[in-house]
Design a binder for this molecule. Sequence first.
Ligand code: ADP
Ligand code: MG
Length: 338
Amino acid sequence: MTDVNTLGEFGLIDHLTKSFPITQPSTVKAVGDDAAVVDNGNFCTLIATDMLVEGIHFDLVYTPLKHLGYKAVVVNLSDIYAMNGQPRQITVSIAISSKYSVEALEDLYAGIRAACDAYGVDLVGGDTTSSPQGMIISITAIGQGEKERLSYRSGARPGDLVCITGDLGAAYLGLQLLEREKRIWQEHPDVQPNLEDQKYIVGRQLKPEARRDMIDAFRKADLVPTAMIDISDGLASELFHICKQSGVGALIEESGVPIHPEAQMMALQFKLDPITCALNGGEDYELLFTIDPKDTEKVRFLPDIYIAGEILEADAGIKLNTKGGKLHEIKAQGWKHF
Ligand code: ADP
Ligand code: MG
């Protein structure tokens, strides 16, 4: 028997799905992007799904159920926005053990409701079942996009500019902080953690937002990114996906990677290099996208977008030009392990 770890997450998905033929003419994009794309004539339907498992993806010691519900929706919507589409509906499936009360599940659904309200999507179905222990949440988001305006991972071309929205690394540092405070609390239950000074990074971990505003801004600016992906596993991993699927290389400037001051400070406290947190942390749910250089003027005036590098030919590899002027190979380490 082969250990699943020998393939890694993406190797495993590829191994299991590669022999499936596409038989429906309406299947435009199957496995391999942020969302599947189905041609419906005038528009395309986008479908993205994600599963969260208690003890692996969330820890209820420091995650309020309302926040969990909100985040579980947002991470799926982020995958629809990453195609340059608009989410419209979600389905929510839960498996729960007997330790969950009705009140606890009401809290979870209050968060799901808040996300539906904030992003304008409808809850249209799901499934409810029992689990031997803990909770599993699986959400599917269904969205819409125009065929000519969709951005796949595969569209980056040499000469394109690499852009990043918001800032990176904060959600990972928020998680490190929450984990540290949990350990302290477990050893000294009388000491209350003080997270007041770190509201930004804790918020980034517990209540992320998807970049709907960017998709709206792209439309207003008449811009279609040549490639796009949401940053759920860290910049390194996402850049690797774009480069691999587009058959290109990339050069990123460390000075061009946006990192929030609070994340910088917390990285130093943990004796981590902030750029390492941006590259290999995760859960920022920002967008990584590439644009044709002729569109540079269109993004220059959009707020919260940073030009961080350039797409190169494949043989140039994927590299980081550090602030010290050294070239480092970027390796995709942000992969989830089993
Ligand atoms: P993301 O991080 O954007 O959610 P994933 O890395 O989870 O993307 O998935 C990559 C691609 O593989 C997606 O197209 C997803 O639908 C597909 N995929 C993941 N797991 C499976 C599976 N068990 N069977 C079929 N397709 C899968
Ligand atoms: Mg994604």
